[in-house]
Design a binder for this molecule. Structure first.
Ligand code: FAD
Ligand code: MLT
Ligand code: ZN
Length: 471
């Protein structure tokens, strides 16, 4: 049988796209690259995934797993060769089991993150992973990228929220590792190999995840500060005043909010002339009057000490959502402004100020009038330090002329301060060539050994994350 016939017999002809418009599966979210798929296959069960992998392996065809295709590093679309199969996980979206007493839930990989949050909520529980893309990204994609988001400083990233996995290996075998245990030291922790591997080691088909008691009250505040130093001082105060109640601490520079004002005028972010704003969230197991007192005390101390200039506190859930909506619209506003150079760097919080001062200066020297869209998860030491062309400069030309030079400046500075060039988005193909310059050589060699051992035929998302034979 041909590969096509085999795939059709495994999942049904209706679920193997061969021709017609496959753009949704071939174009990355940022519209930076368009690939070409041989077929797009959409299995509905783990057995079907296993059969698809076995057939692809037998025919020597590589596989690109895809969830919501919201990744930002070009890892979930096929290359341009027209020889790769896209394996879409979107039909595998069942909630298999919820165990409220164990605070855990087992779900299939194609389940959309927001659906999962809603299921937890309907049981009075919380699944805390939270991203701007939560309406379309999938839990399989979240685990494969070890996604971060806005609650990491309290709950950790996707890895820390996962208890067990079910995986189809590169040989088409099914590893049933859906343990719901919080303690299990019976050898190597295999799930941690697959989490964050961006589809290069196997296909995550289901996961058992941690749930938490839902907080009684959640309050959000927006504060304006004169500089990044003010944001960092507020972060320290927030840790002292709120301790584990601090569930979000996001910063936004003036230009990132200006982009939101320009492209989404209805959102109207306050504090128009403030150089920086902080969005902070407090979640409290007690009623909202207790949370309000905690937040008031924090903000009074911050105003008194001159860390912040002004602040507003949400008075309702709707107001809180509106503030988060502003923050979560930056990515879209930036995309509407035009192609840009994105960074997702992390540093010890103590090094952030020095990084920004030095890098801002170096980039302004490189490109006069360069516009810096700087925002992100300061509570985790993670900045989206993005670089937009000067006003009036053609965006494509800007990328062609400056992307490599800009990356070099940013990444060298990150390296010298002990940081990472990818905090939460992953490597994909966009950072594939840069990684060897900024990662320990022994770590790279171990990564290659793992890849070769788990996927000796190199059929799982090849040329993503790690190059096997770098030139
Ligand atoms: P995809 O984009 O489809 O795939 C991502 C990678 O995982 C690819 O390498 C793919 O091959 C692999 N993959 C997907 N599913 C599987 C599977 N089942 N098994 C094996 N491999 C698989 N990211 C953050 O970390 N934090 C944020 O705050 C954040 N905010 C975002 C906001 C916006 C508006 C957008 C567009 C993106 C944002 N992202 C963020 C990036 C992105 O949403 C995350 O990386 C997300 O986890 C990707 O999920 P996905 O289902 O879309 O995966
Ligand atoms: C965010 O924090 O909003 C995301 O990681 C997306 C981005 O970097 O644009
Ligand atoms: Zn982010």
């Amino acid at each position: 049988m041909t590969l096509l016939e085999e795939l059709q017999s495994h999942v049904g002809s209706a679920f193997v796209l061969t021709d017609g418009d496959k753009t949704a599966f071939e174009l990355d979210w940022r519209k930076r690259q368009q690939g070409k798929a041989l077929y797009v296959v959409s299995p509905q069960t783990t057995q079907e995934v296993a059969m698809v992998v076995k057939s692809c392996l037998a025919h020597g065809v590589s596989i690109v797993p895809q969830g919501g295709n919201t990744g930002l590093v070009v890892g979930s679309i096929p290359d341009e060769s027209g020889t790769q199969v896209v394996l879409s996980m979107k039909r595998m979206k069942k909630i298999r089991h919820i165990d409220a007493s164990n605070l855990s839930l087992t779900v299939e990989a194609g389940c959309v993150l927001q659906t999962l949050q809603e299921v937890a909520q309907s049981h009075g529980l919380l699944f805390p992973l939270s991203l701007g893309s939560e309406g379309s990204c999938t839990i399989g994609g979240n685990l494969s990228t070890n996604a971060g988001g806005t609650q990491v400083l309290r709950f950790g990233n996707a890895r820390e929220l996962c208890l067990g996995l079910e995986v189809v290996t590169a040989q088409g075998e099914i590893w049933s590792g859906l343990s719901a245990l919080r303690k299990d030291n019976t050898g190597y922790d295999l799930k941690d190999l697959f989490i964050g591997s961006e589809g290069t080691l196997g296909i995550i088909t289901a996961a058992t995840l941690k749930l938490f008691p839902a907080p009684q009250s959640t309050l959000t505040a927006l504060a304006s500060t004169e500089d990044l130093e003010g944001c960092i001082r507020l972060l320290k105060l927030a840790h002292e005043h709120l301790s584990a109640g601090l569930t979000g601490f996001e910063v936004m520079n003036q230009f990132s909010l200006e982009l939101v004002r320009t492209h989404f005028p209805n959102l109207a972010p306050p504090f128009e002339s403030s150089p920086w704003c902080v969005l902070l969230e407090l979640s409290d197991p007690q009623d909202s009057s207790h949370a309000a007192t905690l937040l008031e005390n924090l903000l009074s101390a911050a105003l008194e000490q001159g860390a912040v200039q002004d602040a507003i506190v949400s008075k309702s859930l709707a107001e809180s959502k509106q503030l988060w909506h502003i923050r979560e619209s930056i990515t879209l506003a930036q995309a509407q402004e035009g192609l840009n150079i994105k960074h997702d760097i992390s540093l010890p919080v103590s090094q952030i100020k020095s990084f920004v001062e030095h890098t801002d200066r170096a980039l302004e020297e490189l490109v006069e009038g360069v516009r810096l869209v700087n925002f992100g998860h300061l509570g985790d030491g993670n900045l989206h330090y993005n670089v937009q062309a000067p006003r009036g400069f053609d965006h494509k030309t800007f990328l062609t002329q400056y992307e490599d030079k800009v990356n070099e400046i940013v990444y060298q500075q990150v390296k010298s301060l002990g940081g990472s060039i990818s905090a939460e988005h992953g490597i994909g193909s966009l950072k594939l060539k840069s990684l060897p310059n900024y990662k320990d050589a022994v770590a790279l060699s171990l990564m290659r050994s793992i890849k070769k051992s788990l996927d000796p035929d190199n059929i799982m998302n090849p040329n993503r994350v790690i190059e096997l034979n770098p030139s």
